[in-house]
Design a protein around this ligand. Sequence first.
Ligand SMILES: Cc1cc2nc3c(=O)[nH]c(=O)nc-3n(C[C@H](O)[C@H](O)[C@H](O)COP(=O)(O)O)c2cc1C
Length: 206
Amino acid sequence: MIMMKQVAIATLGFFIALFFIACSGSVNKPADVSIRHVSDIMKKFDILKLHESSPKLIGKDWMLITSGNEGKFNTMTASWGTLGELWNKPVVVVFIRPQRYTFEFMEANDYFTLCFFDENYRDALNLLGTKSGRDSNKIEESGLTPVKTENGIAFGEGRIIIECKKLYADFLNSDAFIDRKLVDYVYPDGDFHKMYVGEIVNVWRK
Ligand SMILES: Cc1cc2nc3c(=O)[nH]c(=O)nc-3n(C[C@H](O)[C@H](O)[C@H](O)COP(=O)(O)O)c2cc1C
């Protein structure tokens, strides 16, 4: 009888200990995975004060296009696009093929960000431009740190972050190409880019 009592007390003790271990884990976890706000590390500025060449910034330095929210987001490297003015608004135009995982996020969300880096992050951009978020946790692998913007996600290592609200989107149309060579050269598989025009709503730099 005494023996049974001891076993019961020991079993109860074991489960109480398990309960406390589980609880302490769940208290710590959110703190480990929480994402900082971009305003903690970067300053907002006016896009009219961005004195950088758009073909260099996008075409040569490259950028990350990121869409989604803190719960679920994806990013990819891009080097085709432009910064300018349309419909009396400052805009970006980016081009995303439909097979990209990022495409699904661009379709499902109203906002996206562009993030520009210095040369030290070229390897990360190469990785994020050759692997798909569909197949692996490439963002963790890249070593970049996601940060919250007002309406989306970007990366703390970036030197410039541009947040955009989608204004217009459509697939490029084969019939509309005046230079027909481009259709054969860029789209032999018919996977025409979708063009997104985004209004620039916030800009940050370090
Ligand atoms: C330098 C560079 C530029 C790229 N530019 C574009 C682009 O403008 N549009 C596009 O659809 N894909 C572009 N890509 C390809 C995507 O980044 C690549 O397919 C990526 O793996 C997609 O990731 P995801 O499936 O996680 O979205 C580029 C890749 C590199 C390396």
